[in-house]
Design a protein around this ligand. Structure first.
Ligand code: NAP
Length: 343
């Protein structure tokens, strides 16, 4: 078997590529498993690939699309020597064809890891194995969706359906419109409150007659004149051709259906961290997020394994915070490798 890699990075969102940029510039020759465009939770480029306009990432005063931004992150990581795992093996910048698009490239997913002994084993598609001294996990989380065909169609086309109010709420598309947030947890209430800055009115659509959100957040929603809570309602269809025009609601008690006109729909029904491939080898919290051993760092309960981005952060979930965590993970890995005399 080939010599163990110094650092393998799993995931290719802002956290993964930033970790790669820092690790590459520290001469650690990082190897990235970007994930797979189809048939895997680990999407190359992460959740930003499903985001149209990013207007809050510093350095892009005119905004940038999520996929363009991730392509730039990848290009920067490759420029400094990052290699990626494709279905045709490990490839460097020179071996990839041109500016390989994240979406279409045949990148590899990670199927499993063995963190039980050093060096760690990272197993990709079709049993492709890599040994690694340090592993940075930046697999992110995926937003939960209601699961409606029209919801997905309009979310992917930038047609006014989103799973992140902080990312998309300020877009011109949503200004002075009647918007709705689906969900009854802290995220839903937080997003509804945030959206009142831009919207003429915000409906909070919840499937029960009680919010799950904490008392303080509930009070915030109940006391906001721009928020109207629609109790016992579930969204059964999203209406509109190119842009959302409304939703079809079903009363969860009576079963009655009705339509609600809307200029935007925000789904805030939780996230699922992509940690299934770890199969219990790292400490996770109750919701499945990787527990950091030290809140200010990227260390985990396994020496030599670091975590960055949404996979270990259910609070901020922003591209900029994920990138910052990726930077921390690369620096932590670099110091750890130096302490072990691996260079
Ligand atoms: P959450 O607490 O799991 O709440 C999810 C909400 O979505 C619940 O109200 C749930 O309804 C609803 N839901 C789930 N699946 C649904 C479906 N298929 N259709 C319709 N509704 C559905 O998730 P979260 O709000 O994202 O919060 C996650 C964690 O982050 C929590 O611990 C939360 O406290 C924390 N958080 C904190 C803050 C803050 O303190 N500022 C902000 C955001 C998040 P039911 O209630 O009926 O189950």
């Amino acid at each position: 078997m080939a010599e163990a890699e110094k650092v393998v990075i799993v995931g290719s969102g802002p956290a993964g590529w930033t970790a790669a940029i820092y690790a590459a510039r520290a001469n650690l020759d990082p190897l990235v498993f970007p994930g797979k465009a189809a048939g895997s939770d680990l999407l190359p480029g992460g959740q930003l690939m499903l985001t149209t306009d990013v207007e809050n990432y510093p350095g892009f005063p005119d905004g940038v699309t999520g996929p363009d931004m991730m392509q730039l992150f990848m290009r920067q990581a490759l420029r400094y020597g990052t290699r990626v795992v494709t279905t045709n093996g490990v490839k460097s910048k020179e071996e990839l064809s041109g500016d390989t698009p994240l979406w279409s490239a045949s990148f590899q997913n990670v199927e499993s890891v063995d963190l039980g002994q050093q060096p760690f084993r990272v197993v990709g598609d079709a049993g492709f194995e890599i040994m690694a001294h340090a592993v940075i996990i930046a697999t992110g989380a995926k937003a939960n969706w209601i699961g409606l065909e029209n919801e997905q169609r309009l979310a992917q086309s930038g047609g006014g359906v989103s799973a992140c109010a902080v990312c998309d709420g300020a877009l011109p598309l949503f200004r002075d419109k009647e918007l709705a947030v689906v969900g009854g947890g802290d995220s839903a209430v937080e997003e509804a409150t945030y959206l009142t800055k831009f919207a003429s009115k915000v409906y909070l659509i919840h499937r029960r007659d009680q919010l799950r959100a904490s008392k303080i957040m509930q009070d915030r929603a109940l006391n906001n004149k721009k928020i109207e809570i629609l109790w016992n309602k579930s969204v059964v269809d999203v209406l509109g051709d190119d842009v959302i025009s409304g939703v079809r609601l079903k009363d969860t008690v009576s079963g009655d259906e009705s339509e609600l006109s809307l200029g935007g729909l925000f789904v805030a029904i939780g996230h699922t961290p992509i940690t299934g491939f770890l199969k219990g080898q790292l400490d996770l919290d109750d919701a499945g997020y990787i527990k950091l051993a030290d809140t200010y760092r990227s260390t985990t309960n396994v020496d030599g394994v670091f975590a960055a981005g949404d996979v270990s952060d259910h609070v901020y979930r922003q591209a900029i915070t994920a990138a910052g965590m990726g930077c921390k993970a690369a620096i932590d890995a670099e110091r750890w490798l130096a302490e072990k005399g691996i260079d």
